[in-house]
Each structure stands twice: as structure tokens, then as C-alpha cells.
Write a protein that binds this ligand. Structure first.
Ligand SMILES: [Zn+2]
Length: 371
């Protein structure tokens, strides 16, 4: 299938949506994108698996990454794409998450041969499945030089608003122990479920931190997300486990957040089961400042964890910015307002050309999140 990058971004979005690309089945879409990118003489194209990296080499003082994933969640009777001219909505799997963003990437790659800052366009595989398969992770591990940049834009749906940085996440198991006994002679035992009451009391009394970083207010969270314990209906239980999820602002490192949680549960047995660092917004860099100006100035903090943090781990500050409502991602009825696709393209073109390309109107984000 041949992709025509001279067509408008909405038609290109449709063309991408109509190439099925459920995770682990990205060969066809990656082939199509690769062929289209290789036809552009001003780009160097590298392929790793079904991920593509295309960069300009103009020797500019700054380099920026613009990235999107090519895969979608599984079909749900929502292909092929369907454009509703009346409402201006494009329906179908991947319209929102995130082939509108991918189309913008391809359009910019094709139509901005001499950007004012060097650009690395990244289209990668396997974002919607387990961490180990993630194409961006693979690039970061195998070929981190390909992702070197001063700033990155991840075109995940954000209603055309800027979401900067992201909060980190960790999970712990807080375990209480006791002594089993027949419940008819319960005074012979020690009830571990009762002991968990203190764990829950501390959680109920928790006051979230709301630190301000680069002008953005983050909002932490500490929640019991599961609890298990009990042996049988006539046994005093000897173990209870409360699973706790902590979402922490990016001014704390992963290690600091872990230490804070351990301290919070002083006196209890705490086991760490999951840990992913957050990402600082990094809005003080020139490329970031000019980006925010070009796209309208409104920035919201990102509360969920996204691949933005992967760039951050490489020392590249990153934001989410893309067409589509993140709350529609992964739903059967996912769609995207075509005006948002066009507006994102216009504004990014303006940023990359330093010019005054026309701007469309976009809804601002309120920082909602689906992660
Ligand atoms: Zn996505």
C-alpha cells in the first residue's frame, strides 16, 4: 500500500487507520511508512524491527524528536474508518490513539525539508502491550543515539493541549502477620486482618502533596488498590496483604518516592512490586519554551505515566501533544475531530519553521488521563 504524503493530514489519517496494525502486527503499516519516508531526500531513515527513525541533518543548534506509536489495541468492530462530514469527526480504531498524530508526523516530515531546528521523527511499534515489547524502549536500549535530542514531543492524544512531564508510579505490598487459630478459640491466635486496620487508617489520614514544578501543579496519590487475607471461614487468619499504589510528582526520584512510602508504613513489612520514575516538565529549555508559545501557551501537568518518561530517562525533556480526547482511547467508539488534526499540524509546522503558519482552534486540555 502506497501512502501519499502530499495529501492532507485528515486523508492521511484515514489511510493509516485503514491499515490494520494491532500490536505485533505492524509490518504492513511500518512498510508503508518506511517507503514513504525513504522517498524524501532530506531525511535519513533507519528501521529497527517495525520502528522507524527519520532525521534531518542540517547541523542546527538544537534537535527535537516528534514521536508516535503505530500500533493499536485489538479490533472492536470499528474498522474501516468513517468520516462524518456533518460533525467533523473521524471514527475508527486508531483515529484517536494515535494515527491522527502519526499522520501529522508524516506530513511534517514530508513538507518541512528545512526546519529551523533539526528534527528526528520516530514511529514505533508495540506501545499498547507489555513494557518489554515497546519499540521506543527497544530503541532507547539498543540505539540511544538515535533518540538524542534537546526536547521531545510525543503525539499521544491530549485534546490538542500540552501535557508536560508525568507523575511516577510505584506499588508496594504492605503485609501484616499473625498466628492462626480455630475461630472458636480465637484468643489463641493473632488476627492479621485486624492488624491491617492500622495500614488503612494511615491511608485514610494521608494528605497528598501538591508540588508546583515549572509553574505546573502536580497532585500525588496514595491508595489501597487491593487487599487479600483469610484462610477459611473458621480460622483466624495469619496474613493480610494490602496492595498500595503511590503516584508521585516528578520532583521526587523513584528512590526517594520508595523511601517515602517505606517511612510512611514504618513498623510494617513493605515489599516493592513495581516502580517507574516520573518525568520533569523541562519547560525551561528554549525548544520547549518556543514549542509552548507556538501551540498556544496552555500547559497542564500529566498525572499518568506515559512514554514521555522514557525520554526523560534519556535526559530529554518531553511533552504530550496530539489530536484526540485521551478518554476515548481504547474505546469502541474512538474518534477524533478532524479540526484538531489540522490544528496540530499547523502549530507544529509553525514551531518547526519559525514562521507564522495558520492556526486552527483546539480545545484545551484539563489534564485528564487514561493511563
Ligand atoms: Zn497511544
Amino acid at each position: 500500500m502506497l501512502l501519499d504524503l502530499s495529501t492532507d493530514a485528515v486523508s492521511l489519517t484515514r489511510a493509516l487507520v485503514d491499515i490494520e496494525s494491532v500490536s505485533r502486527d505492524e509490518q504492513a503499516i511500518a512498510d508503508a511508512c518506511e517507503e514513504a519516508l525513504r522517498a524524501l531526500p532530506h531525511l535519513d531513515v533507519v528501521r529497527r524491527g517495525h520502528s522507524l527513525v527519520a532525521h534531518t541533518n542540517l547541523g542546527r543548534g538544537e534537535r527535537v524528536v516528534i514521536a508516535g506509536h503505530l500500533d493499536t489495541v485489538p479490533l472492536n468492530a470499528n474498522l474501516p474508518s468513517r468520516l462524518d462530514e456533518e460533525t467533523g469527526l473521524l471514527h475508527g480504531l486508531g483515529t484517536c490513539d494515535m494515527k491522527g498524530g502519526d499522520a501529522v508526523i508524516l506530513r511534517l516530515a514530508a513538507t518541512v525539508p528545512e526546519p529551523v531546528r533539526d528534527v528526528t521523527y520516530v514511529l514505533y511499534e508495540a506501545e499498547e502491550i507489555e513494557e518489554a515489547a515497546n519499540g521506543l524502549r527497544m530503541l532507547a536500549e539498543v540505539d540511544p543515539g538515535l533518540l538524542e535530542a534537546d526536547f521531545a514531543v510525543l503525539m499521544e492524544p491530549s485534546n490538542g493541549g500540552v501535557e508536560a512531564g508525568c507523575q511516577g508510579t510505584l506499588r508496594v505490598e504492605v503485609r501484616t502477620t499473625g498466628t492462626r487459630a480455630h475461630s472458636a478459640r480465637s484468643w489463641k491466635g493473632v488476627n492479621a486482618v485486624h492488624a491491617a486496620a492500622e495500614v488503612l487508617n494511615r491511608l485514610a489520614a494521608y494528605e497528598p502533596r501538591r508540588p508546583e514544578i515549572d509553574g505546573l501543579t502536580y497532585h500525588e496519590g496514595l491508595n489501597a488498590v487491593a487487599i487479600r487475607g483469610g484462610v477459611a471461614g473458621n480460622v483466624v487468619p495469619d496474613e493480610c496483604v494490602v496492595e498500595v499504589n503511590h503516584r508521585f510528582a516528578p520532583d521526587r526520584s523513584a528512590a526517594e518516592a520508595e523511601a517515602w512510602v517505606r517511612e510512611f508504613f514504618t513498623g510494617f513489612d513493605v515489599t516493592l512490586t513495581d516502580l517507574a520514575p516520573g518525568a520533569l516538565p523541562g519547560l525551561d529549555r528554549p525548544a520547549a519554551r518556543e514549542f509552548v508559545e507556538a501551540v498556544g501557551g496552555h500547559v497542564a501537568p500529566k498525572f499518568g505515566w506515559t512514554d514521555v518518561a522514557r525520554f526523560s530517562a534519556l535526559g530529554v525533556p518531553a511533552v504530550n501533544y496530539g489530536p484526540g480526547d485521551p478518554l476515548l482511547a481504547h474505546t469502541q467508539g474512538e474518534h477524533v475531530p478532524v479540526a484538531q488534526i489540522t490544528a496540530c499540524e499547523d502549530r507544529l509546522r509553525e514551531w518547526l519553521t519559525g514562521g507564522t503558519a495558520s492556526t486552527g482552534s483546539t480545545a484545551s486540555t484539563d489534564g485528564r488521563d487514561v493511563s
